[in-house]
Design a protein around this ligand. Structure first.
Ligand code: NDP
Ligand code: 2IT
Length: 444
């Protein structure tokens, strides 16, 4: 058996009940075959893959808190510190009832390669809890965040591990988490990113993942003789990533006709009115179906099905495995020619394989959504410098980083004989830097 296949078999055997983690590892290892098979002895001798697929550390803890009725609630809390070869652990915190160790390991593993692609000195990690912020009062969210940080603070720090937001964690939660970290440690430091602008946050961080997604999409289209202006776009989700992807896509002349949440999706043939969406989602924390109250010409449909809407470009920006083989076939049948993933691993393996086989323009999440963590890296730089850069300055750096990621993925794909396969390209380019640092640092 090849080294790569041996390692995958071990991952499945030694990590039972973790399907998302297996899925993420398999996709990456399949790409890495192109690299590893050519130099199998070198990598085997260094035990590189055994170490690459095993998190350096997983912290798992109890999060007790008191709800508004005076009842005691207990959630599970985690931090997966996956790989610190190229920098301190860096990656978001997810608060969603579905959170478990498998999901956080897949996210931490992806983060290692994503952060490498940004070119910034950041290792990979991820954390979170099965706490459900939906329907909770501000006080309940604060109580949860303070309890979560009361354990987490001893494992993180500006030079060890720097968490940020992800699903269910935005400015409000990061504020509560930062306040409790400062109170417990007495340190005012850049230990979290995505902070408010009055206490060390960076301009553009809120917009960064969505903007970055459109910057790399735009670059991919241009390099393949196409353009975004005038194209019809479908975006899934209606959270942080989706909203700012829509904003930048519209600025560049695209027409976005659909958005969704976990209950259903809206279709607005005249183009989504983003101010309405922001009011519903960012101000009222409401549901996407409320859009049709403000825009009666739009249509709301309960349930899944957003990928049946005909489009030129699809941007899945909600969650993992939200776009399956059937969805991929429907998109292709309707003429969709480009997909860029705002979410982490939103396409199933079968869907990804079909996109690659049909040679549509497909940019995988670890490259396409890296703008968020890249701007987090820029927030860390500003915190260390004790300076704040202007919106334009950060936006320009973000744009350059996304163009750079496209170039790295395209170049690696070329070098290994699979031009235009940005899945293989992103996996290989991300891996090359991490593996070089791991080998140089010895057996640690
Ligand atoms: P938000 O919490 O702001 O929004 C999440 C959106 O996805 C909501 O519309 C939510 O709907 C929907 N969603 C979440 N879970 C599910 C589910 N199980 N089924 C259907 N819909 C779901 O999160 P973000 O926008 O920050 O994150 C979206 C994706 O982007 C995630 O995959 C995240 O990992 C990834 N990402 C985020 C980055 C960031 O900087 N925030 C950076 C890079 C990647 P509902 O409200 O109904 O739950
Ligand atoms: O998946 C991701 O890259 C994020 N949720 C952002 C992580 C970060 O540290 O900004």
């Amino acid at each position: 058996m090849s080294y790569v296949d041996e390692i995958y078999a071990k991952v499945v055997e030694q990590n039972p009940g973790e399907p998302e983690f297996h899925q993420a590892v398999k996709e990456v290892l399949d790409s890495l075959k192109l690299v590893i098979d050519a130099n199998e002895e070198k990598y085997r001798k260094a035990g590189v893959l055994e170490r690459f697929v095993e998190p350096e550390r997983i912290i798992s803890f109890r999060v007790p808190w008191v709800d508004d009725k005076g009842n005691i609630q207990v959630n599970k809390g985690y931090r997966v510190q996956f790989n610190s070869a190229i920098g301190p652990y860096k990656g978001g915190l997810r608060l969603h009832p579905s959170v478990n160790q498998s999901i956080l390991k897949f996210l931490g593993f992806e983060q290692v390669l994503k952060n490498s692609l940004t070119g910034l000195p950041m290792g990979g990690g991820k954390g979170g809890s099965n706490f459900d912020p939906k329907g909770k009062s501000d006080r309940e969210v604060m109580a949860f965040c303070q309890s979560f940080m009361t354990e987490l603070y001893r494992h993180i720090g500006k030079d060890t591990d720097v968490p940020a937001g992800d699903i269910g964690v935005g400015a409000r939660e990061v504020g509560f988490l930062f306040g409790q970290y400062k109170r417990l440690t007495g340190l005012y430091e850049g230990v979290l990113t995505g902070k408010g602008l009055t206490f060390g946050g960076s301009l553009v961080r809120t917009q960064a993942t969505g903007y970055g997604l459109i910057y790399i999409l735009d670059e991919m289209l241009k390099k393949n003789g196409k353009e975004l202006a005038g194209k019809t776009v479908v975006v899934s989700g209606s959270g942080n990533v989706a909203i700012y992807a829509v904003e930048k896509a519209q600025q560049l002349g695209a027409k976005v006709v659909a958005l969704s949440d976990s209950n259903g999706y809206i279709y607005d043939k005249d183009g989504i009115k983003l101010d309405v969406v922001k009011e519903i989602k960012e101000v009222r924390r409401g549901r996407i179906k409320e859009y049709v109250d403000a825009v009666p010409t739009a249509v709301y449909t309960e349930g899944k099905g957003i990928w049946t809407i005909p489009c030129d470009i699809a941007l899945p920006c909600a969650t993992q495995n939200e776009l399956n083989l059937e969805d991929a076939k429907t998109l292709l049948a309707n003429g969709c020619f480009a997909v860029a993933e705002g979410a982490n691993m939103p396409s199933t393996r079968e869907a990804t394989d079909l996109f690659v086989e049909k040679k549509i323009l497909f940019m995988p999440g670890k490259a396409a959504n890296a703008g968020g963590v890249a701007t987090s890296g820029l927030e860390q730089s500003q915190n260390s410098l004790r300076l704040s850069w202007s919106f334009e300055e950060v936006d320009e750096k973000l744009h350059d980083i996304m163009v750079g990621i496209f170039a790295k993925a395209a170049d690696a794909a070329e070098r290994y004989g699979v031009p235009g396969n940005y899945v293989a390209g992103a996996n290989i380019a991300g891996f090359e830097k991490v593996v070089d640092a791991m080998i140089a640092q010895g057996v640690v």
